[in-house]
Every structure is written in C-alpha cells, then in structure tokens.
Design a protein around this ligand. Sequence first.
Ligand SMILES: [Mg+2]
Length: 365
Amino acid sequence: MTISAVRTHRVSAPLHTPFVTALRRTTTVDTLVVELVDSDGRSGFGEAPQVWQVTGASVAGSEACVRELLGPRLIGRDPDDLVARCAEVQRAVVGNEAAKTAVDVALHDLAARRLGVPLVRLLGGTSLRVPTDVTLAAGDAVDLAAAARQRRADGFGVLKLKVGTDAAGDLDRVRAVRAAVGPGTRIRLDANQGWTPREAVRVIRGIEDAGLDVELVEQPVVRWDLDGLAWVSDRVSVPILADEAVFGVRDLVEVIRRRAADLVNVKLAKCGGLHPARTLLDLATAHGLGTVVGSMMESQVGIGAAASLVAAYGTTAVADLDAAWWLAWSPVQGGIRYDGATVVLPDAPGLGISGLTEAKVQAHS
Ligand SMILES: [Mg+2]
C-alpha cells in the first residue's frame, strides 16, 4: 500500500462577518488544502492557513513546500507507518509549520480512513462533541456589547474579546461586554501582543479591581518578550495564556523555565500538526501548565483535526475553535459542523470529508 498522489487546492472562502484583531483585519479565509491519495483511491485532507501577521505562512509558500519538497518524499511510501511518515515531515524542512501541518493532518486523516474510524478514534478518544468559545472582533465598546449579545443569542457561553488595539479604552470595552451579557457568561481576553508589559498590568489590575470576572488573558505582550510576559504574570491574578510566544517545544520549554505564563494555546498551524501538538500538550501537562487548543482563521479541515485532538486528549480550558463558524460556506463536503457553541465531529472515517466544493476551489495536481 502506497501514497500515489499529492494534490494541493487553493481556497479563498469569504467570512460572514469581518474578523479584526490587534494584528490584522480580514474578510476571507485563505488556505491551502492538501490531499494525499493512496493506491486504493482513498484521500486524506489537511490544510495550511495563510497568516502573514502571525506565522508568516502564505498559500503560495505552503504550496511550494508541499509540491517541491514534502509531496515528492511521500509518493510511493506506506501511509500506515504514520509515526514514521510524520517524523519525516517534521525533519524535511526548517520552518514551514503550516505546510507540515497540512501534510501531517492529511496523513492522520488517511490513516484513520484506511482503518474505517473517525480521526478521534485513531487519536484515542470517542467523543464527537467539542465545546468552543467564540471571538468578538476588535471594535469600540458599543460594537462589542452588541456583538456579545448577538453571540449569546447564537448559543455561545464563552466569549473571547479581542483587545490590545487601544490600552486606554480596553477596560471600558470589557466593562461594556460584561454589562451586556451579565454574570453567567465566561469572558476571556486576547490582546494579540498589543500591550506593553506596563499597559498589560494596568489594564488587567483595572479589570480585577472592577470585579469584571475575566477567565484569562491571552498573549498580552509582544511574542518575543518572555521576560515581559513573566513580569505581567507575576503581577496579576488573572491567568495568563501564552499564544504567539509558543510555536514549538523549545518555546514551551522557555515559558516553563521562566514561569512566564499559566496556560499555553496549542495550535496545529504553529507547531506543525497533530504529532507535535500532542508533545506540547503532554509537556505542558507534565509541568502543571493549563492547556487550550486553538486555531488560526482556517476552514472545516483544520478545525476538524484540532477538535479531534481536543476530543481525544482533553484540555484544561474550553477550546478556541470557532474559526470555521465565521465562514459563509465550507470549502469541503462533509467534515465538522457547529451546533451552537459545539463543534460536532462527523461519525465517519477520518475527518469525514468526502471532497472539496470544487466549483469554488482551484485545484492543482
Ligand atoms: Mg490568540
């Protein structure tokens, strides 16, 4: 049994609502879907989201990496040696985590499909339902309060508020959202590196003093400033979640060594796929760090893989997997769907994806 073809599909799918953070504003998900085909004609899918401002990954760069390097190495190889294939993918190239993720996830999807089990079963779990938060795009206090009410009406009980664009106004934003949703809703913040360490402590202490009950604050300061992150963590009670500061294992080791954060946000497109993501979750857990699994702005392909990981492994805090909820249409047939605040995994082999929505997707093989 061998891998007989590697195909790439460029996807640009519109959002129903613009997505705004301290780093960027976007109205589409741009991503590369990778399809591995075995000699029986089965396909496994994975994706490499384009995120210029966070990972530096682009559709064109990931496509070049898969077509010129990763793909040719897989042709003719046995897909059932999953661990060996995934390790080869990790070693094959420096950086290019998004491209590695797409291939790693496609290998897992194909292996699960060949066994006839959902991906979550291959990973060692049975649950098909994964609760998620939902993001409130960065905006002014009035817009955020309105969006918060809307998302509560959509069924979400954990709201992730994008802050960090304007430290002076952030306390008022949180106050407005808390007033809009009342005490029963969980609120978490993501500053996306937007504050200085001093601003972070000032805003977070203001939130604490006002009793606004914030669950956690994600990546308050610039990603490379681990001393600044630790300085903030030392001075506030609200748990601090490292996101952009931790891509792979070496980053996490440094965060642990400096006690720079309380939790880590593990994302497939930062670390290179399911294989390295499991190492990160194990390492964090071994050192008493809390865990969240999140995603980039990506489609049902990547969210299906990340949700399968959460369903099998569990995390200490609710997942951050709303990205595909923002899409006006799915680039794939089958795969995950949202039921209110829950990602529902299909009870079908692998990721349960039967193919791409071809009319809307440009194929290259
Ligand atoms: Mg984040």
